[in-house]
Ligand binder design. Structure first.
Ligand code: CU
Length: 256
């Protein structure tokens, strides 16, 4: 009974093996499915490009912020330290992320190979708000005498959570997926906070201490420009960029 069973199954097993081997043979290149075409890289003609620049105003009394108390760690600055959550100077708002939200040509923009640097200095993140292109390296440094721990909380990218001693080498990370306002915290110092915006294009800026910003080398066209603040949310504006011209775009936030 057993012998008959083996004999009757043997050709079937052999056939299955042959089929499996046949299937695993590499296909000639001509028969392989074509890879998805890469989007064409956009080249912007600097000779005809325009720009957008302006200022971010803050209307009304600046909200009171609580000074940061860093005395728990002797490696951090002593005495009350200014908060970096809301920075209003003479009616201008700093740390607003301004970016082109809509209207750019279809295609891929070249990703810079030079890293964006995020430093831990004076027991805060510098810069507090930053933009980076998807795939561009982020170089994280610690120039303090304090130990830090950098912990980001993305929704679409892979999170990281790593300690960095003052003598440690820089940590390099990349973000493959576009994502807005990824919060970064330090598990050692709860007041430390930064925000990372991962973009598909290079058209972004962060408002300086005097509220100013500039986005250069924009192809002429009509765009939606957005401005985001961690406490005051996002607002958008339609803008027209003409060849070799600078368009003045002013945003204004108010306390909510
Ligand atoms: Cu820290």
């Amino acid at each position: 009974m057993r012998t008959i069973s083996i004999r009757s199954f043997a050709p079937t097993v052999l056939l299955a093996l042959l089929l499996a081997l046949g299937c695993s043979k590499p296909q000639p290149a001509s028969e392989q499915p074509a890879a998805a075409p890469k989007p064409a890289t956009i080249s912007v003609d600097a000779a005809t490009a325009g720009s957008v620049s302006g200022v971010v105003n803050f209307k009304g009394a600046a909200p009171k912020t609580k000074p940061l108390d860093m005395t728990a760690d002797p490696g951090c600055p002593t005495g009350p330290q200014p908060s970096d959550a809301v920075m209003v100077n003479s009616g201008k708002l700093a740390n607003v992320f301004i970016y082109v939200k809509e209207g750019l040509p279809q295609g891929a923009f070249a990703v810079p190979t030079e890293p964006v640097v995020l430093d831990q200095k004076g027991c805060r993140y510098i810069p507090h708000m930053l933009g980076i292109m998807a795939g561009q390296p982020l170089k994280i440094t610690n120039t303090d005498t304090a130990d830090h721990n950098i912990h980001d909380m993305p929704g679409k990218n892979q999170p990281f959570n790593e300690s960095q001693m003052p003598t440690d080498k820089p940590i390099t990370k990349t973000f493959p997926t576009p994502e807005m306002m990824i919060a970064v915290q330090c598990n050692q110092h709860p007041w430390m906070r930064a925000y990372i915006n991962v973009m598909t294009h290079p058209y972004f800026a962060v408002s300086a201490a005097n509220g100013s910003y500039e986005i250069k080398n924009l192809p002429p066209g009509e765009y939606t420009l957005a401005a985001v603040h961690e406490k005051f949310g996002e607002q958008t504006m339609k803008v027209k960029v003409s060849s070799k011209m600078d368009t003045d775009v002013r945003f204004a936030f108010t306390a909510q």
